[in-house]
Design a protein. Sequence first.
Length: 226
Amino acid sequence: MRRTTLAAAPVAAALLCLGLVAAAGISQRSDLPDWLAPRAYGFFLDSYPLFAFALVYGVARLVATAAAPGPAGLPRRVAWCAVGIAALLAAGSYPTFGGVILRGAYGSGSMAFLTGQPLWLAYALGAAVGAIAFGAILGLFGWLASGRLRPRDGWRARIGLAFCSVLSLWFAAALLGLARSEGAGPWPHRAFTAREAGIAALLVMAAALPHAVVSAFRLRTRIAAP
């Protein structure tokens, strides 16, 4: 039961955040602090708006991983979880929304397309770069927060789960990038309508669930380990 809760909680957090944004009518027309407004909007939020909720998922996933069973003590869990959250938010929002994660993904995909690759392949390559960057932060700091720093065995299972984790995040990146074409609306130019919020929620849930399933198996392996 605890394993299921820890695996599913980040999905619920992302959906809850989306629901609050929709219910509050938050958009570019909303008043924001002067320090936040220049960083909150721009090309990458306009093009990949649901990445905002992917960041919420990532933060919640780091917290859930730090809370999972493992050999680490409380100070190590708190310290590395905090560092991981800071690293994820910096990589996803500095200097403006999207950070190096979306810039790397967009740059890779654009270069592939400009060198003559088909659009679908360029899109897939860009999504892969974003997924690897996002997943590397989750994996590294999750392991530092609660994993066994010197694992004695189980390398095949660990490598297999890491590979599945990257694949699931690759799927998520590709799916979330289709928000505009799938009818999630022009947010943040204006607030979500009820229909657009529903479509966005379905996309976020479908994107996050595969990684949540992989995380559940990872927790199961950790609990079963001596």
